[in-house]
Write a protein that binds this ligand. Structure first.
Ligand code: AMP
Length: 356
């Protein structure tokens, strides 16, 4: 299918969290309908989508019915089982494509792909066994982070190594999961580029944002990021290189470390990204509309930045600040319609315009 979707067409979204919710809102503004598929009951996206299917990832009948009801399928998180996609992609176009998902689901494949493109990542080694980990430490040094190859997010499935003596303990923490060792990168700060590629191959990048994490969870993103002019251009060019190499369609988040020697790619996320929420207040077309435009076969929109913005996540009990935030000028509030706040749970975010 290369035609652009017309008003009334439907987009299927795998996953119904806050990203699926904001994608659904963007789609509905363009006259498109959305259908959410999520194994969990009452997904936040369900409040704003036309249809919701609550079924397991291996429920073949539910997957077939879901695919039959939509024109194109996209996703809001990357840990979708391979067998689910095997079936869905025989029924409808899945955007972004399978390779993008496979690369981002596995840290080893991701690093091999990025270094294969000539991009710089942390030094890394595949460590299938404890002796392999010890050998990797001997090669890339004792300061590092052991990370599971799959299913890690928000800093989970990671163990910091400060010396060779930490090897056995860190290895045990992986609980038998396949892992890689990454050398510790001495970075001054972290930035990310939210980039989009359309079905015709056009690429548009938003300005890089500067990210601050706390306990492995994104706390704030500020634009503009502190970057030298050359680094700003490097960040955008490398994001474009990644999208082109994957023949990507949709929005991607590319996380980077800023070091004295240049930019180091940390990881890629084949979806709209928390560090791109600032675009809702800073751009005419935000990351959610950009993703919907791309997967719907529309031309990409203008992602130019018109304001300085600080995005702050409302995590757990932060949500109690909303009544006070609602009184503040220049603050855009987004709440995800989730139930009770729990520590670490992303309840919403605010975009504060710091210079209009
Ligand atoms: P990740 O889940 O891989 O994005 O890692 C979560 C956070 O841990 C990153 O945002 C960094 O702050 C930190 N981190 C991850 N990998 C490295 C590394 N190789 N060197 C230094 N810090 C890292």
């Amino acid at each position: 299918m290369s035609e652009a979707l017309e008003p009334g067409a439907a987009i299927g979204i795998l996953g119904g969290g806050q990203l699926g919710r904001m994608l659904s809102v963007a789609a509905s503004r363009l006259g498109l309908r959305t259908h959410i598929y999520d194994p969990g009951a009452e997904p936040p996206a369900g409040h704003v989508a036309e249809k919701v299917t609550t079924a397991a990832w291996d429920d073949e009948a539910a997957l077939r019915a879901f695919a039959a009801s939509v024109d194109v399928i996209t996703y809001e998180f990357e840990n979708i089982p391979a067998a689910t996609l095997d079936l869905l992609e025989t029924l409808r176009p899945v955007r972004p494509n399978r390779r993008a998902l496979a690369v981002s689901q596995d840290r080893l494949m991701e690093k091999d792909f990025l270094t294969g493109l000539g991009l710089t990542t942390a030094p890394y080694r595949d460590v299938p066994t404890l002796p392999a980990l010890e050998a990797a430490i001997a090669e890339i040094g004792p300061q590092g982070i052991l990370k599971t190859r799959r299913l890690g997010y928000d800093g989970k499935g990671q163990a910091r190594l400060k010396g060779a003596e930490d090897a056995a303990g860190a290895y045990a923490e992986m609980g038998g999961a396949e892992a890689i060792l990454e050398g510790f990168v001495q970075f001054s700060h972290e930035v990310s580029v939210i980039a989009a590629r359309g079905v015709t191959g056009e690429v548009a990048c938003f300005d890089p944002g500067e990210n601050v994490h706390e306990a492995g969870i994104l706390r704030t993103t500020a634009v503009p990021a502190r970057l030298a002019p050359g680094q700003h251009m490097d960040a955008i060019l490398l994001a474009g290189k990644i999208l082109n190499a994957l023949d990507y369609v949709g929005v991607m988040g590319v996380e980077l470390f800023v070091t004295a020697k240049g930019l180091v790619v940390n990881e890629i996320a084949p979806r709209v990204h928390n560090s791109g929420h600032w675009t809702q207040a800073g751009c005419t077309v935000d990351q959610f509309e950009q993703h919907i435009r791309a997967v719907a076969g529309w031309p990409l929109g203008n992602g130019q930045r018109y304001a300085d913005v600080v995005m702050e996540n409302l995590i757990g009990e932060d949500v109690a600040k909303v009544p006070a935030l609602a009184k503040a000028a220049d603050v855009q509030i987004h709440l995800y319609g989730k139930g009770a706040p729990r520590p670490g749970r992303k309840m919403g975010h605010v975009n504060r315009i710091t210079r209009g």
